[in-house]
Design a protein around this ligand. Sequence first.
Ligand SMILES: *[C@@H]1O[C@H](CO)[C@@H](O)[C@H](O)[C@H]1NC(C)=O
Ligand SMILES: *[C@@H]1O[C@H](CO)[C@@H](O)[C@H](O)[C@H]1NC(C)=O
Ligand SMILES: *[C@@H]1O[C@H](CO)[C@@H](O)[C@H](O)[C@H]1NC(C)=O
Ligand SMILES: *[C@@H]1O[C@H](CO)[C@@H](O)[C@H](O)[C@H]1NC(C)=O
Ligand SMILES: *[C@@H]1O[C@H](CO)[C@@H](O)[C@H](O)[C@H]1NC(C)=O
Ligand SMILES: *[C@@H]1O[C@H](CO)[C@@H](O)[C@H](O)[C@H]1NC(C)=O
Length: 885
Amino acid sequence: MNIDPKTPVVDFLFLFLFVSSCCFLGRCCYAIDTIRSEQSIRDIRGETLISQDDIFELGFFSPPNSTLRYVGIWYHKIDGEQTVVWVANRDVPISDRNGVLRIGNDGNLEVLDGNNTIVWTSNASVPSSNTAAILLGTGNFVLSSNESIGHTTKAYWQSFDHPTDTYLPEMRVLMSIVKGENHALRSWKSASDPSPGNFSIGVDPFGAPQIVIWNQTRRMWRSGQWNGVVFTGVPNVSSFASFLYGFRLSEPEADGSMYFTYTPPNASDLVRFRMGWDGKEEQLRWDDGLKSWTVVQSEPVSDCDLYNFCGNFGVCDITKIPKCSCPQGFRPKFQDQWNRGNWSGGCERRTELQCKRNASDAGCNSEQDGFKGLRCMKLPDFANRVTPGNSETCRGKCLANCSCNAYADVTTIGCLIWTGDLIDVQNLDKAGHLMFLRLPRSELGSGKKISNLVIAIIVLAGVFFLCITIWLLWRCKRKMKSEIRNSIPTFYGSNGNEFSADLSGSTELVVDGSQVNGPELPLFNFNFKCVAAATNNFSEENKLGQGGFGPVYKGELPTSQQIAVKRLEVAGRSGQGSEEFKNEIILIAKLQHRNLVRLLGCCIQGEEKLLIYEYMPNKSLDYFLFGRFLLSILLIQFSQHFMIKSMVDQTKQALLDWGKRFAIIEGIARGLLYLHRDSRLRIIHRDLKSGNILLDEEMNPKISDFGMARIFGCNQYEANTVRVVGTYGYMSPEYAMEGLFSIKSDVYSFGVILLEIVSGRKNTSFHLSDCKHTSLIGYAWELWKENKPMELVDPSIRDTCNSSEVLKCIHVGMLCVQDSAALRPKMESVVLILESEGTPTLPEPRQPKYICKKTLKGSDGTDFYLDGQDFVSSNDVTVTTVSGR
Ligand SMILES: *[C@@H]1O[C@H](CO)[C@@H](O)[C@H](O)[C@H]1NC(C)=O
Ligand SMILES: *[C@@H]1O[C@H](CO)[C@@H](O)[C@H](O)[C@H]1NC(C)=O
Ligand SMILES: *[C@@H]1O[C@H](CO)[C@@H](O)[C@H](O)[C@H]1NC(C)=O
Ligand SMILES: *[C@@H]1O[C@H](CO)[C@@H](O)[C@H](O)[C@H]1NC(C)=O
Ligand SMILES: *[C@@H]1O[C@H](CO)[C@@H](O)[C@H](O)[C@H]1NC(C)=O
Ligand SMILES: *[C@@H]1O[C@H](CO)[C@@H](O)[C@H](O)[C@H]1NC(C)=O
């Protein structure tokens, strides 16, 4: 409780006041934060409320250079000038110190002047008069029922719903299409007059929401459209800054209204936004060292920030002199005003749009209008957010309406079109978006010429490279053939096998004579030199990738059969003799399934151990899923450059629609089931990941590397301890942390791949700092828990997929990635579920807690239920004894 030192009191009176104020509200000598009915705060006694952590204070105050009294809230904690953040009776000041704040008979808060006239009331509908009001540590003054005060209950009234000129963190700013523009904060009239001034700041909900500063009803500044993360028209000046970070837009409530909130990066900082009486919005942060408020960010800053500074269709660029210019195809509307630096007239079209011209005109020149892309634009005001139809694009939507002047397709917002003049356009340095300005063909001229030139160059370059490549290939092949011819004497002789039969003429033999294990098994012991020649001596150009056990090369046999060669790096250290190795290979080569990559043969020469596989032209699943596919990247760049947005989506979609994805999921499941149960060897893969799923011409999935774990047996942490066999993100918790693996760890990896296929996102590509989103699994669980699993689905297929199949898949995926190995289904159940018609009743998945990389090696008390039956220790990988040696 504060005693205003300015109040002149004689000692006994002071004592009297002290005692009486101590007994005031029944609590002695503590700062109080609550006022109850029958209680009051009197200006004359200097009484105030102070919030719990001494941050805010509520009471009577006078602004600088004024003697008028107002009820307000200011920072208690900070030294220096009083910083008022809220004023109750901003219109009706009290002229003397006889004002009283109390809870009135109807339960509302009221401010009375010396004549007991109500000058301000909270005027809420209060169900009972038994109320109390509390000043919270956030600066919110909340009126609620007496019993529930201080608990989080419904407030009858709160100052956060009636802000004056200051926004405090945790305040909610309404955004509602129904209620229209929300002028949330209104400036003071002057530094010494809190009554409402000319300037306000708030939310314009139409199109994509924006923050706007108004001078009365005229717009003075706007933030640019909200894209879900930032306001797109505010350049990123400093990283702590500003409007860019910390804002959130809540989910829509039942009536469609949403709320903007702001959370400062450092919760202990005192931060506020203020609409100044001079028309400047400022974000301020209290600097404890300097004992003053520092301006973190302020708007508007430059001329270009001033609303529509260059007039309609004019483009402002702060880095240029002059700042204003007209875009291509436009000219100043009032040339001499413009030359004098009066930009307000703006620009106009040089040539009318084709669609606006009379039909007879159009007859001779009926070309459609085109678009010119402008980069880094603060998108114009008054956007219409439209949803293009199925076959339509955003561009098509704009072309369809003659009054459409521009469009932009912003990933997180969608399609925006502008049907009026383009207002308040700015060219930003490092922010903004690509906007397409509609122009008649005749005005696109020069741009089109450049495009044609670029196309011509690209085509010529392409043809040139193609020729070179073909020539090189041809030379290579010739060279290789002649090499083989020359080296024939060093090769072993042949007998009639399929390779020799295919070899042209007398040229012989790649293989070392005998088929290794009887006629039914087409496994060959390849000659090292031949394999080396086929892969161009393991050249870098022929390298397809790096697997867990060594690099993979592409090769072509003289029979022109394409092969993939894995050169085992760790073979020498695996402790296996070449005889054992060969036997393992023979066993593994016997495994044949349409969803496993076929092993054609091997080659052992000294320390060198090679495995020869059939070659898969379509690369691996991750190339398709995660857009690393070179062609699509090129296509995307190409189409972005030439503004054919639709092409991007179509290319990617065409590659993997839901039908294909589901077939791939089923294929992987069957392949895995074969390895786990149906094959004679019962193989645990241990490094199942989308990079190990190869796709053939018809996009059938084929599991590769499946025999590796078996070949390398015991020590899954290879001698080279830096590399753990297995890939982070796909390893089950018990394998990653304890080195325990079982068929259930493959099930886990399968679950991850399944979720990746459904979502089109890589498990390890999550970089959000928030722990719960470090992985796809965590993200998937969030959505699952919130009962909106469909949001996980790759946006490119979300509208076209079969949702019951998708839901079934996600459910299976969630079951497979459970922490407890015992709770994960076996592959036979997975295949059954996937192949069943309709949706069988499945158990509810448990939350995967192992979703944070940090817990990988930690013993954080996470429970793992070990299924004794399935588990084999790391020293005992061989589950069934090897037969047939
Ligand atoms: C209180 O609110 C009612 C409508 O809810 C309004 O008619 C009345 O004028 C308000 N009274 C004051 C004093 O603001
Ligand atoms: C507010 O607007 C009125 C009328 O347009 C003007 O007279 C007054 O000076 C303005 N006040 C400020 C602080 O700009
Ligand atoms: C937050 O602010 C407090 C006090 O100013 C400081 O001690 C702390 O280091 C800050 N934390 C971060 C993450 O910046
Ligand atoms: C600027 O140009 C506009 C439009 O031509 C005109 O109405 C206005 O009076 C001019 N302002 C000044 C200060 O010349
Ligand atoms: C179009 O035709 C109408 C009458 O047919 C005429 O009044 C108008 O000037 C023409 N507009 C243009 C741009 O040629
Ligand atoms: C074109 O857009 C304007 C403005 O939004 C609208 O009034 C008009 O109906 C639209 N015309 C067509 C054909 O959609």
